[in-house]
Design a protein around this ligand. Structure first.
Ligand code: TRP
Ligand code: ZN
Length: 901
């Protein structure tokens, strides 16, 4: 692993095309966990005069280098192999050795539970062989795998299986050929004892395709949902984008040790088991939905990522933002109803605000297309992924679905088989629609979350309503360094509606527009908001009773990733919550009400004032809770209180203890004030019959289990007994785990017994044991009669549990990350114990797996936002990590940027 004290920054502006092209690569791997020999034979062609060929390599032992069959001198140093004096073209054969069993980084070739796997994105291929390991070098691959037949009966790689044979000494061989050119980051191999389920499907154009899901034998019974998700994804991409599967064979493989969610290697997607394995007993509704979305995501990459790939890693959002957008749309369509789509949108926006907005305001803030990085693995961020998806969504909002599709079609017509840039995608969207999207490009180059302020004026006499929007976006992160240009206004598609006093939408005509202009008379209009300040005047609006102004519904369906600063009164928010035709904004009105109430409670808590439950809020919650005409999943979303992390972000000085007190006070208050209503919702939303993860049943369980959580939090013994009954009676993980959570977080008497029972039942199921660790990492502590109990003590004790290991990323995330980032009130203990724990774990993880360590390091991003005592403790912990004798480039970049902020 590369460790360095002098961080090297890579800049987007320094891009230059490769000096060599590769026309074909032939790989032969003699698989051995201790020492795998790799022979790579590359047909190369020089494309720039006189250049030396500089290949990247990491943790490799160089065995030999040959040019056209003759030994050739090469210099290996500092992660490169330099070959000078090469002819204009030729064949270069390089043999190296690597050590898969000793590879704990899970990048390159590694062993997990006795089987071989690879992970090459972003720069893992160089840990397998010396190569031009950059995404704009695309070539065809032929891969020969040789291994012991008994230990590794299955040998998989990209593309099509073209040969198999037995070898002496109990070994065997498989040869795979991928007909498509690809960059090295999409290379993959898998070897080991695995089994699969298969399906044959016929594609839209009539070709038969073989689909396989590969897992360890004991998990075969948990693969059906992943396979169904894959088939749905294939059909969806054909219907929505006219995109077909281009290979005869498509494989998904599950692995228990994996740094991220999954990887889109051509024809051989490799997945974290968490996003493949599911059955009713072991996976929750959320797990089922996540599997569908990740399977879709990786499948969709086949076109958006693989057929058209990235020129360089600064363009990562070209494939990730677009593919997240596609998976979001896929999941929304799979919800099967308009209200289901809205729920999906709410969930996506919730994530964006809870995680991406803070990132975009902190030391790691970067544009969707970053300008520089020290370690590319640190830029697989919510900004590149989720904000990137919002940027893609804005094209669709501006151009309409048909216009967006035209842009996609042109993008593929122009760029199939190429490695391109975000600007190429934007150009395709603009050209296909005859639109100028020049200013829109600022979404790629400027970081930060724009704040839009809204003023309005109503002229009752002439029925006109004027909306004045202004935007500002202060410099963030790296932009605050001297010499960065001032920021320009964004092109914001700002969707709005106007609601009359009867709660109905009014038809909207912009001043001066023709009656038959596109959109004229619609009740939702998308405004092209491009200036620093801009007014929009709607005319011909009907008079309202008492001369009252229509109420604007702003940024419908969250049409742009901005913060809307609007001074609604509580009464107006309550009105929107009850009447807005845009379900997203109904939810939004509820969130605004709850956030306002919570921030008031926080300041009361801080000032030592008595906390008071506002009757208006209780009434608003009662209305939503009891409105059986609303989709239960929507009600669940509306009744979920804003997260502690979200509230922290909304304060100028974050105080996690006060936030937790306030939020818990409100939860318990609502639990007690509305007990009959919660109980009624609990009873009305049972799902009798065998478990099914479909959207309608999952919606009922979501609301029912939210109600159970509130009921248990009321502290009423009868309600806690209800949770205990549900825990034991459940025939599915959603209900069982929700009941367990309710017991744990309400400190119910049955809590310890249920935790022990859960462990015993699922001892042999790693993914379920992850849930068990994670619930305990996130559990509350130090409340009421349980004062003095600190979650950190429990976490430290759990680290001694035989089932705990830092080496498995899922397990480390389940306990360590869930405590450090999922339990703000406990993590931010005044004495800094949480921070010292964090520093210890970052350093311990960094010695094993820098990518995972760097993710944990990011927990401290917002250290400057906290109260002075906490801030000092966080800085001390950051300094402790920073001073460690040997740090990976990954962790060094994160702590370095945090401390420089
Ligand atoms: N390209 C993968 C995806 O989004 C992400 C990924 C998987 C990844 N494994 C990784 C990124 C390892 C960096 C390192 O689907
Ligand atoms: Zn992706």
């Amino acid at each position: 692993m590369l460790r360095t004290d002098t961080p090297v920054t890579v800049y987007r502006k320094d891009y230059s095309p490769p000096a060599f092209a590769f026309d074909h690569v032939d790989l032969v791997l003699e698989l051995d966990p201790e020492r795998t020999l790799v022979t790579s034979t590359v047909r190369f062609r020089r494309t720039a005069a006189d250049a030396a060929l500089v290949l990247a390599g990491e943790d490799l032992e160089l065995v030999s280098v040959k040019l056209d069959g003759q030994a050739f001198a090469a210099t290996a140093q500092d992660g490169t192999l330099t070959l000078a004096g090469l002819p204009g073209e030729g064949s270069l054969e390089i043999t190296t050795a690597c050590r898969p069993a000793a590879n704990t980084t899970l990048s390159g070739l590694y062993v997990s539970n006795g089987n071989f796997f690879t992970q090459c994105e972003a720069e893992g291929f160089r840990r397998i062989t010396y190569f031009l390991d950059r995404p704009d070098v695309m070539t065809t691959y032929r891969v020969t795998l040789r291994a012991d037949r008994a230990a590794y009966p299955v040998l998989l790689s990209n593309g099509n299986l073209v040969g198999r044979r037995e070898l002496p000494a109990g070994r065997h061989e498989a040869v795979w050929e991928d007909p498509f050119k690809k960059p090295s980051y999409l290379f993959a191999l898998v070897a080991g004892k695995l089994e699969c389920i298969e399906e044959r499907v016929v594609s839209a154009s009539g070709k038969e395709k073989l689909l396989q899901v590969w897992v360890e034998a004991q998990d075969l019974g948990k693969t059906r949902h992943a396979m169904d998700s894959l088939i749905h994804a294939i059909r969806w991409d054909e219907r929505r984008f006219g995109l077909e599967l281009d290979l005869d064979r498509f494989m998904i493989v599950a692995v228990g040790d994996f740094n991220m969610g999954a990887m889109e290697n051509k024809g051989l997607n490799i997945f974290n088991t968490k996003y493949v394995l599911a059955n009713a007993e072991t996976a929750t509704d959320t797990d089922f939905a996540n599997i569908e979305s990740v399977v879709g995501h990786e499948y969709f990459h086949n076109w958006t990522g693989n057929r058209v790939t990235c020129r360089d890693w600064f363009q990562l959002s070209l494939k990730e933002g677009l593919t997240v957008f596609r998976d979001q749309e896929f999941s929304a369509d799979m919800m099967g109803s308009e209200s289901g789509r809205a729920v999906k949108r709410i969930e996506d926006v919730r994530l964006l605000r809870q995680v991406q907005f803070p990132e975009d305001a902190g030391p790691m803030a970067h544009p969707v297309r970053p300008d520089s990085y020290e370690e590319i693995n640190n830029f697989y961020t919510v900004t590149v992924y989720e904000k990137g998806a919002e940027v893609v969504r804005m094209y669709q909002t501006l151009l309409g679905r048909d216009g967006f599709r035209k842009g996609m079609d042109l993008y593929f017509r122009r760029h199939d088989g190429q490695a391109v840039a975000c600007d190429d995608f934007r150009a395709a969207m603009a050209d296909a629609n005859g639109r100028d999207l020049g200013q829109f490009g600022l979404w790629y180059s400027q970081a930060g979350t724009p704040v839009v302020s809204v003023r309005s004026a109503w002229d009752a006499k002439d029925g006109s309503f004027t909306l004045t929007l202004s935007q500002h976006c202060p410099k963030v992160g790296i932009e605050t360094r001297a010499g960065t240009p001032d920021k320009q206004p964004f092109h914001i598609p700002f969707a709005i509606g106007l609601i009359g006093a009867d709660g109905r939408d009014l038809p909207l005509h912009l001043d001066g527009e023709a009656g038959d202009a596109p959109g004229a008379g619609d009740t939702t209009r998308v405004l092209d908001f491009t200036g620093a300040e801009q007014s929009f005047r709607f005319t011909g609006l009907p008079a309202q009773p008492g001369g009252a102004a229509p109420l604007p519904s702003l940024l419908r369906n969250f049409s742009a990733p901005v913060i809307v600063d609007a001074d609604y009164t509580d009464a107006q928010l309550t009105f929107l919550l009850a009447h807005d035709s845009d379900p997203f904004n109904r939810w939004e009105a509820g969130q605004r009400l709850a956030t306002r109430a919570l921030l008031q409670l926080v300041s009361d808590a801080q000032a030592g004032r008595e906390l008071r439950l506002a009757p208006e809020l209780v009434a608003a919650v009662r209305t939503v809770l009891s409105d059986d005409s609303l989709n239960p999943a929507f009600r669940e979303q509306a009744l979920l209180l804003p997260a502690e992390a979200y509230l922290a972000e909304r304060m100028s000085v974050a105080d996690p203890a006060a936030i937790h007190r306030a939020r818990q006070f409100l939860r318990e208050g609502l639990a007690r004030a509305l007990q009959p209503e919660w109980l009624a919702a609990y009873e009305a939303n049972a799902t009798p019959g065998p478990y099914s993860p479909d959207a309608a049943s999952a919606a009922k369980r979501a609301l029912r289990n939210l109600a159970l959580g509130y009921l248990a939090d009321s502290g009423d013994a009868a309600m806690q007994a209800l949770a205990e009954r549900q825990y034991h009676a459940a025939d599915n993980m959603t209900d069982r785990f929700a009941a367990l959570s309710a017991l744990v977080n309400s400190f119910a008497p049955g809590r310890e017994a249920a935790l022990a029972d859960f462990y015993q039942r699922f001892e042999h199921d790693a993914l379920v044991i992850d849930k068990w660790f994670s619930l305990q990492g996130m559990q509350r502590g130090e409340i009421g009669a349980h004062a003095g109990k600190r979650t950190l003590d429990t976490v430290r004790a759990l680290m001694e549990h035989p089932a705990f290991t830092l080496r498995n990323p899922n397990r480390a995330r389940a306990l360590i990350f869930s405590f450090c980032s999922g339990n703000p009130a406990q993590f931010h203990a005044e004495d800094g114990a949480g921070y010292r724990f964090w520093a210890e774990q970052v350093l311990a993880l960094d010695a094993i797996n820098p990518q995972v360590a760097a993710r944990l390091a990011r927990v401290m991003d917002r250290w400057q936002k906290y109260t002075p005592v906490l801030r000092d403790g966080m800085r001390a912990a950051l300094e402790q990590v920073s001073a460690a004798p040997s740090l990976s480039r990954d962790v060094r970049e994160i702590v370095g940027k945090a401390l420089a902020a």
